[in-house]
Design a binder for this molecule. Structure first.
Ligand code: NAG
Ligand code: NAG
Ligand code: ZN
Length: 356
């Protein structure tokens, strides 16, 4: 009797095993929001699936000692490569941002073998993508509905009865001068000093150690449908302001063409509000030429709680805008040189023909 019962369980166990296997093989759903542990296992999965192009790089620890990691995407070559930076989720509640970073990675991986332009870009450049920068805050925003709108990191303030520094006010870029509050309960508390926070330190040291490689620094936020250029402090103007505006306007046009959404382009004080200590401003001050903040959908209807059915169109249009900026950066550095070489070659040929 006992042995018969045991046997009857065997097919059931096998069926459960097969189901489990199947669900682990199922397509990752890019068009829903994922908690941190799912994003982490997705990162590991991508590195396993694309070992020739994807490398996980750990480059810091959060306040609560979680490892901050990025995905480096690019083909290995002997040449010295240029680089593109993208970070998402520096503000915890802006869930569409990590969703976009994951979509961005997927698009690169899906196209680099078939699209000649993308192949050239992953040959000449490495993409450094951090899907979630403010890991502690992101996890906190997933805890329950009362913490859903958490923005900052999770380090305690000076008095110990308040938490969180606004990481996008904590960078060493006119730190503490404008658009901040010294009250640590505030959402725009800039911290005890420039890069007092481990998350801001991680970006500062990693990017700073190879800043001459980076052509582009894109930091992804929501909401407002804006492309922001340096600087947040109205007393300063980027030396390449005209170029940033031109490339930004073209990117906004590329975004508009996908689903008809209007994105406005300008400095923070011109189109949003003045601020200081942002990572975008810091990156521009390191002489990285093309630095932009993306404020994704929407325009105030749902705000930070963008419905899941808007993830796909938001990612599609933002990808188009980001790709425009990245392609511009790439072509300025690489096609320029290639074009010059080709022109020289043609000239030599023509000269040769003439001499004969
Ligand atoms: C993080 O790790 C350090 C070193 O092990 C430890 O001193 C510190 O208390 C930890 N912080 C938290 C918030 O757990
Ligand atoms: C939405 O976008 C338009 C145009 O970019 C802007 O003028 C407006 O203030 C924004 N906000 C709302 C809530 O419509
Ligand atoms: Zn933000």
């Amino acid at each position: 009797m006992l042995s018969v019962m045991n046997l009857s369980f065997v097919p059931l166990l096998l069926a459960v095993g097969a189901l489990t296997l199947d669900s682990s093989k199922a397509e990752y759903d890019y068009f829903q929001y994922h908690p941190m542990e799912e994003i982490s296992s997705w990162m590991a999965q991508m590195a396993k699936q694309y070992p020739d192009v994807v490398t996980i790089v750990d480059y810091g620890k959060s306040y609560e000692n979680r490892t901050i990691s990025l995905m480096r995407i690019g083909l290995k070559t002997d040449a010295k490569k240029k680089a593109i930076w993208m970070d998402c989720g520096i503000h915890a509640r802006e869930w569409i941002a990590p969703a976009f970073c994951q979509y961005f990675v997927r698009q690169i991986l899906q196209t680099y073998k078939t699209d000649a332009k993308m192949e050239a870009m992953v040959t000449n450049m490495d993409f450094y993508v951090t899907p979630v920068l403010n890991i502690d805050g992101y996890i906190f925003s997933w805890t329950n509905s009362s913490t859903r709108l958490w923005r900052k990191n999770r380090s305690p303030g000076p008095s110990g009865d308040c938490y969180g520094t606004d990481l996008n006010r904590n960078f060493d870029a006119n730190w503490g001068t404008i658009g901040v509050s010294s009250d640590c309960n505030s959402n725009i508390y800039p911290g005890r000093g420039p890069i007092s926070e481990p998350e801001a330190q991680a970006v500062t040291y990693f990017v700073g150690s190879r800043k001459e490689d980076f052509l582009c620094f894109l930091t992804i936020h929501s909401y407002g449908q804006l492309l922001l250029i340096p600087y947040g402090n109205p007393d300063f103007t980027a030396s390449n302001y005209d170029e940033l505006m031109k490339v930004g306007e073209e990117a906004a046009e590329a975004i508009w063409k996908v689903h008809g959404k209007k994105y406005r382009v300008g400095t923070s004080p011109a189109v949003l509000y003045p601020n200081s200590g942002s990572s975008r401003d810091w990156a521009r001050m390191q002489d990285i030429p093309l630095t932009f903040t993306f404020e994704l959908r929407d325009n105030g209807t749902y705000g930070f709680q963008l419905p899941q059915d808007e993830i796909q169109p938001t990612c599609e249009e933002a990808y188009s805008g980001a790709l425009h900026i990245i392609t511009y950066a790439h072509d300025k550095t690489f096609n320029g040189a290639a074009a010059t070489a080709a022109a020289l070659w043609t000239m030599l040929l023509v000269l040769g023909v003439n001499l004969m």
